[in-house]
Write a protein that binds this ligand. Structure first.
Ligand SMILES: [Zn+2]
Length: 151
C-alpha cells in the first residue's frame, strides 16, 4: 500500500501522532486480512518473520494487516529500498476494518513483479470510508516488496 508518505492512498493512515497504544490482534483471532485463517497462521507469521509472503497478494494482505496492528517495522522492511520512507507513524483516529482484493496480475512464485488492486475500508471520526488502490510489487533480494501505487 502507499506509494510515499506524501501520496494519498494508504498513507491516509499515516501521521506523526502516536498518542494512543497500537491496536492488537490475538494470535488465535481471525486474520484482519480476511483470509479464513487465524492471525498467527496468516499475516502474523510474516509479521513475526517466521515466514515470507509467497505471493504479491499475500504480501499486500500482510501489509494491510500491518496497518491494522501498527507494525511499522514490517511495513518498512517490505517496502522497496528505492521508495521506502525513512519512517512511518500511524494516525490513531483511523481504524482499518476490512480488505477486499479486487484484481491481481502476476505476483506468483513464477513472477518477478505483480499488481494487486484492493479496497480497504476504514472508520475515522465516526464515519466509514474506503480507499481503492492499485499497488505494484516486485522482488527485492528474492522477497516480495511493495514498490508503489499506480494512479
Ligand atoms: Zn492475513
Amino acid at each position: 500500500m502507499a506509494g510515499s508518505v506524501r501520496a494519498s492512498g494508504q498513507n491516509r493512515g499515516v501521521s506523526r501522532r502516536t498518542s494512543r497504544p497500537a491496536p492488537t490482534v490475538d494470535a488465535g483471532s481471525a486474520c484482519p486480512c480476511g483470509r479464513e485463517a487465524t492471525y498467527a497462521d496468516c499475516c502474523g507469521a510474516f509479521h513475526s518473520g517466521r515466514a515470507s509472503a509467497p505471493t504479491a497478494e499475500r504480501l499486500m494482505r500482510s501489509r494491510y494487516s500491518a496497518f491494522v496492528v501498527h507494525d511499522a517495522a514490517y511495513l518498512l522492511r517490505t517496502w522497496h529500498s528505492t521508495t521506502r520512507p525513512p519512517e512511518l507513524d500511524f494516525d490513531p483516529d483511523i481504524r482499518w476494518t476490512g480488505l477486499e482484493i479486487l484484481a491481481t496480475t502476476g505476483g506468483s512464485a513464477f513472477h518477478n513483479d505483480g499488481t494487486v488492486e484492493f479496497r480497504a475500508q476504514y472508520e475515522a471520526h465516526g464515519h466509514t470510508d474506503a480507499q481503492t488502490e492499485l499497488s505494484r510489487f516486485v522482488r527485492e533480494n528474492g522477497a516480495w516488496v511493495y514498490l508503489d501505487a499506480v494512479d
